[in-house]
Write a protein that binds this ligand. Sequence first.
Ligand code: AMP
Ligand code: GLY
Length: 424
Amino acid sequence: MNILILGSGGREHALAWKLAQSKKAGKIFIAPGNAGTANIGTNLEIDPGNFSSVKQAVINNKIELVIVGPEAPLVDGITDFFSEDDFLKDIPIIGPNRSAARLEGSKDFAKAFLIRHNIPTAAYRSFDISSVREAAGFLRTMDSPYVIKADGLAAGKGVLIIDDINEAEREVEAILGGKFGSAGQKVVIEQFLKGIELSVFIITDGISYKLLPEAKDYKRIGEGDTGLNTGGMGAVSPVPFAGPEFMEKVKNRIIDPTLNGLREEGIVYKGFIFFGLINVNGNPFVIEYNARLGDPESEVIIPRIKSDLLELFEGVAHDDLSERIIETDERFVTTVMLVSGGYPGDYQKGISIAGLGNVKDSVVFHAGTKLSGDNAITSGGRVLAVSSWGKTKEEALEISYRNASVISFDNMYYRKDIGLDLDN
Ligand code: AMP
Ligand code: GLY
């Protein structure tokens, strides 16, 4: 079976790496991919947002399965584009349609959905330009810090957490005034929840679901969770505090009501759901939904899936996921993200990377690289994710850090404290 994976990050490299291990996999194509995916399959210079060029690639390469990595094509309706096209409608595409992807594409929709279905989440209200004064009034009823979110996709920059009330008011006005373009036509203002976050993932065919391994992501650039937010600086799976009792609450209070809610509302959801959760005194709350896998979470959860991922995708395509099995590796997997100096602010690209050939016992997933001749050069802020297995978290981390130290590029930076806040 020829497979096309859309996207260019560590998540897509991890998907390609895993699918290449399936006996059923034929040729693997990645669009646009990176220097890492070029070692597994064929990179296609295609923008996943350009649906007609995706169609052409499906035809040219006799693709029989498409997996959508990032959220933007899903929110823009790539799945609907496939189902409405005479040629593409029979090609399975893993990822929710536009209506279902609103769980990620509109924070206002997601919050209203959560409340409608009694799923634990922070109290909130939404505002638009006509209610900007009410927004200021609502802020004054809340305690600091103030959590302010642009409704739509804002390239990971749309969530602000602000201590000062006056600054919070100014930001609400700036977002409604167009700071994030149309993503900010509405803002969500919500209660700040204090706790420790984790990422829980399922794959669903719209009828049943399979729970994938969970992960903890490290979002801030600096050690001790300080400094600016990033796409994620490392991850650990499993998450020690997410034991059977906690996960039972996640299932009963969050996953089941979400799937029942979708069904009640006539929304057929096929693909991954990423529950961004926070553990508040032992109780899970939803911070956000995403319509895709996480990155760098993929670089730890995919290596923990022992079964054939392609069979799970077939289960989604054929609506028989309940008959498939998922087996997970008991071991810990950790990943440490090597990033360009300056990220998440300005940074240089095109820097050559040395030492990849000296890596032992880890898998290095490329997140922001491209080929220059036969060599990998940097092409993004997050460059490489060094993933390792271990019987303990400490063992996995030791291997990730040992291999991080043999890789180098100018101004390379990584956090040295991934996983240190978690007790086994
Ligand atoms: P999001 O893009 O919704 O995941 O938000 C980005 C980050 O902001 C989250 O990972 C949390 O760290 C933080 N955050 C969002 N909403 C809240 C909240 N209600 N309380 C505390 N932190 C939050
Ligand atoms: N690592 C968080 C995300 O993928 O959104």
